[in-house]
Write a protein that binds this ligand. Structure first.
Ligand code: PHE
Length: 339
């Protein structure tokens, strides 16, 4: 029994067989050793110590052998597991696919960086605006014909709340807050604006503008031109010129439309610029005295310039996008080109 038991223990190759089968068979309650020890009382008195001692010896040997084999098998199992689960920390990792900023955001950030470099503050406005700030304070009283230039989405039936049609309301909002005793106001304000337009390749009912406003003691049209020239040179390259063309906005006087050398023909005239050699880029002008007055400021003491540019338009021209709707359709085939 002892030799058979010891060899079975030695040959066991897994812990389950060893403990649930072999151990139970040899040392279990119904096993031969326990039976023998229990039966001792039925033996003649002279044999009891001999049989008892021998049975206990065998029990001890089998017990120690089981314990040893248990340790061996447990160690082997652990080694196998460690080998199987080994991690090669030098293997290259799987790339994590991260998103990337939308092209509009990229262009917006680029323009913001340029103006931050010139000491401008960047301010965020609300997309829901009041009639007062979107129009009235910007020198567009009710029934002013120029309101028709910007077809409006109204929110409340009394037409006091609306989706802003331009970021220009931010001019009025910052003018009334700025402390001019501490220096001039220089701010830009990017954001989404809305107009009740029919969408096509160059129109979207929702697009992005960047407002710019500088107000101080001796701010001139020359400052405006230099600032916008810097912007165009940095965004498109030094070979592009700008020109100012008379225009009309209710909140600037004089008002100008700013053109840039046609990127397609370099100013020679082509179908893109309809033969003029120039591409229309943005609106700007000298801040209208009424806008300053509406903010409680004295137009004899302060003056300034303002501009408003279409971020989508800048993005389209810079990156060769020919349909503004692509910015809003969330088609990954379009968007991921600008990763
Ligand atoms: N708000 C004007 C527009 O939406 C742009 C503009 C801003 C023009 C500031 C002049 C000065 O068309």
């Amino acid at each position: 029994l002892r030799d058979k038991g010891l060899s079975e223990i030695k040959q066991a190759t897994d812990l389950k067989t060893l403990n649930q089968k072999i151990r139970v068979q040899l040392l279990g309650k119904k096993g031969p050793i326990v039976k023998t020890l229990r039966g001792i009382g039925k033996l003649p008195v002279s044999q009891r110590p001999i049989v008892g001692k021998y049975a206990n010896q065998v029990k001890g040997q089998l017990f120690r052998s089981l314990k040893k084999r248990n340790l061996e098998l447990a160690k082997a199992k652990l080694n196998d597991e460690l080998k199987a689960e080994k991690i090669d920390v030098t293997l290259p990792g799987k790339p994590v696919k991260a998103g990337h900023p939308h092209l509009i955001q990229v262009v917006m950030d680029h323009i913001c960086d340029l103006f931050i470099g010139m000491g401008y503050e960047v301010l965020n406005g609300n997309e829901v605006e009041t009639d007062e700030y979107n129009f009235e304070r910007m020198n567009l009283p009710k029934h002013h014909p120029a309101r028709d230039m910007q077809a409006t989405f109204y929110i409340t039936p009394d037409k006091n709340l609306l989706l802003r049609t331009q970021t220009s309301g931010m001019q009025a909002r910052t003018l009334e807050k700025h402390d001019f005793s501490k220096g001039p106001l220089k701010m830009i304000s990017p954001g989404v604006v809305f107009r009740r337009d029919n969408d096509d390749a160059t129109h979207s009912h929702q697009f992005h503008q960047m407002e710019g406003l500088v107000v101080g003691k001796h701010v001139t049209m020359a400052d405006l031109k230099g600032t916008l020239e810097f912007l165009i040179h940095k965004m498109f390259g030094n070979e592009f010129d700008i020109r100012l063309r008379p225009s009309y906005f209710p909140f600037t006087d004089p008002s100008v439309e700013v053109d840039m050398t046609c990127f397609n023909c370099g100013g020679k005239g082509c179908s893109v610029c309809k033969g003029t050699g120039w591409i229309e880029m943005l609106g700007a002008g000298v801040v209208h005295p009424n806008v300053l007055k509406n903010a409680g400021l004295d137009p004899h003491k302060l003056n300034g310039f303002a501009f408003g540019l279409g971020i989508d338009r800048f993005a389209m021209l810079k990156y060769g996008v020919d349909d503004i709707r692509d910015f809003y359709l969330n088609d990954m085939r379009f968007l991921s080109q600008f990763d």
